[in-house]
Every structure is written in C-alpha cells, then in structure tokens.
Design a protein around this ligand. Structure first.
Ligand SMILES: NC(=O)c1ccc[n+]([C@@H]2O[C@H](COP(=O)([O-])OP(=O)(O)OC[C@H]3O[C@@H](n4cnc5c(N)ncnc54)[C@H](OP(=O)(O)O)[C@@H]3O)[C@@H](O)[C@H]2O)c1
Length: 275
C-alpha cells in the first residue's frame, strides 16, 4: 500500500527506450491507455515511433518521441539535457531497448558483434543510471525499470555475450535497488521468451515452435507493468523463465547441459551454430 502511494505508475511521465517495436511498444501503449501516463518513446526508427501516435488516436497527445541510438554514451547526455530543459519532466525510466545476437558459439562472433551487444544490452543501462540517478534523486516516486532476461537467471549455451550482458544488468539493478531503497524504485525484470521481432535480427528463420512457446508481447507488458506498479523488487515471468531459474538453482552445471541438449534435439536451424 505504502509502495503504491509513493511509487506506482499511475499518471507518471515515463521514458521508454526501444519504444518503436516489440515489448517497448506494448509497454508504451499500456502505460498511456491503462495508467494514464505520458510517455517519451526513444528508438532509432522514426516511422515506427510516429505510427504509435496514429494508433493512440485521441490519446496521441500523451505520446512524444525522440530518435536516439542508446548504445552511444552521447545519446544519454542528450536525453539527460532534454529532461533537464523541462521539455519532458520524467519520473520513470524503462530501459527496454535491447538486442539478441544470433545463437552461436562465442568464437563465431566478430569483435564488432560482441561490442554492439555489450554497448546496447549492458552499457546503455549503466550510462542511463549515470545520467538519471542524479535527475531522479529526491524526486518523489522515481523509478528506473531495467529489462534483463531469463538468461540472467540461467545462462544458455549459444548466448554467451547476451547472457553476460543481461546478468550484469540484473546484478547492477539489484545492487542499486538496495543503495536507493525507499528513494528510487529499481527492479530487475527477467522475462522468458516473448513473441517480438528480437529473433528476426539474427538473420535466421525463427521456428514456429519457438514462437508457439513465447508469450505474446501485450501479455508480457501487462504482467510487467502490474508487478512494477505493485513494487516487486524482482520481476520474473513466463513458464520458461521460472523453469530456467529453478533448474539453475538445483544444478548450475547440469541445467546448462540440459538446455543445450534441448536445443540439439529440437533440430532447429536457428540453433545449429551452437554445436
Ligand atoms: N523477446 C524476448 O524473447 C525477450 C526475452 C527476454 C528479454 N527481452 C528483452 O526485452 C527487451 C525488448 O526486447 P524485444 O523483444 O521487444 O525486442 P525487439 O522487438 O527487437 O525491439 C527492440 C527495440 O529496441 C530498439 N532498439 C534497438 N537498438 C536500439 C538502439 N541502439 N537505440 C535505441 N533503440 C534501439 C528497437 O527500435 P529501433 O530499431 O527503432 O531503434 C526496438 O524498438 C530487450 O531488452 C530484450 O533483451 C526480450
């Protein structure tokens, strides 16, 4: 009850990174339609960001956007200045923009691929905190919601860099959560598979089987926001995420072997570079 009064999402001014597609788009739509928020969407694709305004119809004035590449440190300086200037007096930041490199053994990634993933999935979250913790310190009800992944609870063969980045985000968020307890709400979010375009960036056909087991993005947004609104410290959702977490707690060694075996017997093309 106390949490909901002080923090909570109702009628907040929220920055959502990666708002142009997937989970970020559904978070944006839901924040505006169901929580009465104003949202500043951040992403690179202007056309997709503009289409959110069209989709919102009567509520379109509650959405604005800024095109930035959040994997660049300067973008966070620009965003910080934008907020400081009073153009969008944010009190919540959702660090959602992310990418999943193709499933492959680490040795198959180029240094550029590794750098790209670490810059976006890990460093951007740290840069965001460098910029926004001073802005949010002392601000009533401020929150920084960091989207990690189930891979942060149980790393998977074939996702070494992504698992490392998302584990860093989880650990970083948990440390900050304690440091800023009662002042800024900073949960780590660890979802399982969500049906978005994230796999399409891999240049591989996504198996309908993976799609089938993935949670619809609208549902993921609904669960995430409900739990964040209730002040959950750690937000884990999706059967696969809970299963991975439990398996890793029982056996950190055998669980990885088990999931690799699942990838192998699935015979799916998208996992072929793991073996
Ligand atoms: N989908 C899953 O199964 C799953 C599972 C666990 C966790 N997650 C996490 O959930 C988050 C959202 O993933 P998603 O599935 O919605 O991915 P998605 O469908 O690929 O969408 C990614 C979003 O991030 C934006 N983005 C990518 N690179 C960016 C950059 N450099 N600067 C600014 N924006 C950038 C994209 O917009 P532009 O291209 O317009 O920039 C897009 O709006 C990610 O952090 C992901 O790791 C996803």
């Amino acid at each position: 009850m106390f949490f909901n009064k002080k923090f909570g999402l109702k009628e907040r001014k929220v920055i959502v990174t990666g708002a142009s597609g997937g989970l970020g788009r559904d978070l944006t739509l839901r924040l505006i339609r169901h929580y009465g928020c104003r949202v500043l969407g951040v992403a690179r694709n202007e056309e997709k960001l503009m289409s959110i305004k069209t989709e919102l119809c009567d509520l379109s004035e509650k959405f604005e956007y800024i095109c930035l590449d959040v994997s660049q440190r300067e973008s966070w300086t620009r965003l910080g200045k934008y907020v400081h200037s009073g153009r969008f007096d944010a009190d919540v930041l959702i660090n959602n923009a992310g990418m999943l490199p193709r499933f492959a053994k680490f040795g198959m990634y180029s240094p550029e691929e590794t750098k790209k993933c670490l810059s976006l999935d890990q460093n951007s979250v740290i840069w965001a905190s460098e910029e926004f913790l001073p802005i949010f310190d002392g601000k009533e009800g401020a929150s920084i919601i960091n989207i990690a992944s189930a891979d942060a609870l149980c790393p998977l063969a074939g996702t070494s860099v992504y698992s490392a980045a998302k584990s860093a985000v989880r650990a970083f968020s948990e440390a900050l959560r304690e440091e800023y307890r009662g002042k800024i709400y900073i949960p780590a979010v660890c979802p399982g598979f969500i049906r978005t375009d994230i796999m399409k960036g891999q240049g591989r056909s996504v198996s309908p089987l993976v799609d089938f087991f993935s949670m619809p993005s609208e549902k993921a947004a609904r669960i995430l926001l409900r739990r964040a609104n209730a002040g959950r410290s750690r937000i884990v959702f999706g059967f696969d995420a809970h299963f991975m977490s439990a398996a890793y707690k029982i056996s950190p060694v055998l669980s990885l072997r088990f999931f690799k075996w699942i990838f192998k017997i699935s015979g799916l093309d998208m996992f072929r570079d793991i073996f």
